[in-house]
Design a protein around this ligand. Structure first.
Ligand code: NDP
Length: 256
């Protein structure tokens, strides 16, 4: 039924050409949404758009560096004109990490991670607010990380940026509920993507991860996109302000 469909809805997913974002774009489209996505690499973006067209999906896209304020504004102008000023779903997915011991971070590292992960998500929420409101039924989903909940040695600035996202989720849920906009957050543990390919190629490192992960494996991207999609469905209409981990039990694993 329509509680389990996104037919007739529109969505913006940042960073949809690889990894979790790519899986989210496809799954939202499979549920009937018309999707807009962006990334920095034009060639890769066009390749994805062509593949999606061949699969029969309605997916649009343009190049945008989500860490640039002016490019974010341009992106939302394009999204607004593509979707006639209405947007149902915003998925803030684009993110990056710089891994170093805390004492070695430069101010450039700090700006890069904060701009890409936090400033972009914050500003895109501001920019899309009128469109989300106008749609009559809005849903924002942030891609955080379990690194926002517990220390996982994946770098301090990244953890800070994601922890701020978790709180942004809560504030917007309360502030924008009156506009029929929900706000939720998904916190994955290690997921098979290009962002972490060097780490998950390292057997010793993977064994360390798995020794702490009750469901003894690393996540597939579609195991994350399924929750993102669920949170956008009418079936999730009373769920707002939540951060849900997709982590194979990692964050609840004390010791046995
Ligand atoms: P990938 O690096 O595999 O993919 C990132 C996608 O975002 C690509 O399409 C990339 O394209 C795009 N992107 C990156 N930076 C920007 C930017 N500045 N502007 C626009 N697009 C951008 O990453 P993942 O799929 O692994 O990560 C997605 C999200 O999931 C991130 O927020 C990450 O922090 C989070 N996450 C990932 C985990 C994992 O283990 N993989 C675990 C926990 C959280 P391009 O480079 O061409 O711009």
């Amino acid at each position: 039924g329509s509680r389990w469909s996104l037919k007739g809805t529109t969505a913006l997913v940042t960073g949809g050409t690889r990894g979790i974002g790519h899986a989210v774009v496809e799954e939202l489209a499979e549920f009937g949404a018309t999707v807009y996505t962006c990334s920095r690499n034009e060639e890769e973006l066009n390749k994805c758009l062509n593949e999606w067209k061949d699969k029969g999906f309605s997916i649009y896209g343009s190049v945008c560096n989500a860490s640039s304020p002016s490019q974010r504004k341009e992106l939302i102008q394009q999204v607004s004109s593509t979707f006639n000023g209405k947007l149902n779903i915003l998925v803030n997915n684009a993110g990056t990490n710089v891994r170093k011991p805390t004492i070695e971070f430069t101010s450039e590292d700090y700006s890069k991670v904060m701009n890409t992960n936090l400033d972009s998500a914050f500003h895109l929420c501001q920019l899309t607010y009128p469109l989300l409101k106008e749609s009559g039924n809005g849903s924002i989903v942030f891609i955080s990380s379990v690194a926002s909940l517990t220390c996982v040695g994946s770098a301090t600035i990244y953890a800070l940026s994601k922890a701020a996202i978790n709180q942004l989720t809560k504030n917007l849920a309360c502030e924008w509920a009156k506009d029929n906009i929900r706000s939720n957050c998904v916190a994955p543990w290690y997921t098979k993507t290009s962002l972490v390919k060097d780490f998950i190629a390292n057997k010793e490192f993977v064994n360390e991860i798995l020794s702490r992960t009750p469901i003894q494996r690393i996540a597939e991207t579609n195991e994350v996109s399924s929750l993102v999609t669920f949170l956008c469905l009418p079936a999730a209409s009373y769920i707002t302000g939540q951060t849900v981990s997709v982590d194979g039990g990692f964050t609840v694993n004390g010791f046995q």
